[in-house]
Design a protein around this ligand. Structure first.
Ligand SMILES: [Zn+2]
Length: 236
């Protein structure tokens, strides 16, 4: 009585091996990892550029503050001259008063500019903070995804590593004549065995005759599909 079940189990193992090999090669999650990495790189660049701009603005603001201080000093000096009784001539008083007004107007202008810069700086700071948080989150996602990727790959590899011994154990039990027939069929089909379910060959989907079905269930000899020619396997 030919033990087709052994052949079937071997064929299943071979298919499993092929599937595992292709999954290993295809690298599940790899595309996702790559696109996440690209996003992180782009985010880092954006952060770096914004930070540079922010520092430039900070410097600019610092200079403005310095300018304001120096104008403030000049104002103080003139005020002292004017109100401290240092100058008494009407012409000098008028000249200094004009200078004082001019300086005060400039100070106001400087302060307005500085205020606008400060507002801009604050909005940039918030933007930087948000970008930084986003980057940290993406980096963490990447770390986790990469861990899953490695675990999945490792899983495929260890499943794959178990197949040869399992296959050999089955092969040792198959009678030589049956194995030769299988190998002969293998030249024609990558999957020489077809399972019969609901009276139908599961490879070519053509119905198996009642006669063949009964013969198959008796299990005395090999039964081939009348349509595709594969060896039929019926699971008891
Ligand atoms: Zn068939």
């Amino acid at each position: 009585m030919p033990d087709v079940k052994l052949l079937w189990d071997i064929q299943m193992l071979d298919e499993q091996r092929k599937e595992l090999e292709s999954k290993l090669k295809e690298g599940e999650l790899l595309e996702e990892l790559k696109s996440l990495k690209n996003l992180i790189e782009a985010g880092k660049l954006q952060f770096k550029n914004l930070k540079e701009e922010y520092l430039k603005l900070k410097k600019e603001l610092h200079l403005k503050e310095h300018d304001s201080e120096s104008i403030g000093e000049q104002i103080k000096v003139i005020e002292q001259k004017l109100y401290g009784g240092v100058i008494t001539s009407a012409k000098e008083i008028e000249k200094n008063s004009m200078k004082l007004e001019e300086l005060k107007a400039r100070l106001k202008q400087e302060d307005d500019v500085a205020l606008a810069l400060m507002e801009k700086q604050e909005s940039m700071r918030l933007q930087l903070e948000a970008l930084g948080a986003e980057l940290a989150e993406k980096t963490e996602s990447f770390r986790r995804l990469h861990g899953s990727y490695l675990a999945i790959q490792q899983n495929y590899r260890s499943s794959l590593a178990q197949i040869p011994l399992m296959r050999q154990k089955l092969l040792d039990m198959v009678e030589t004549g049956l194995w030769q027939k299988y190998l002969e069929m293998k030249k024609k089909f990558s999957d020489p065995l077809a399972k019969v379910e609901k009276g139908t060959c599961q490879k070519c989907r053509v119905g198996v005759s009642f006669h063949d079905l009964r013969y198959l269930k008796e299990g005395k000899d090999l039964v081939h599909c009348s349509h595709c020619g594969r060896i039929l396997y019926w699971e008891k």
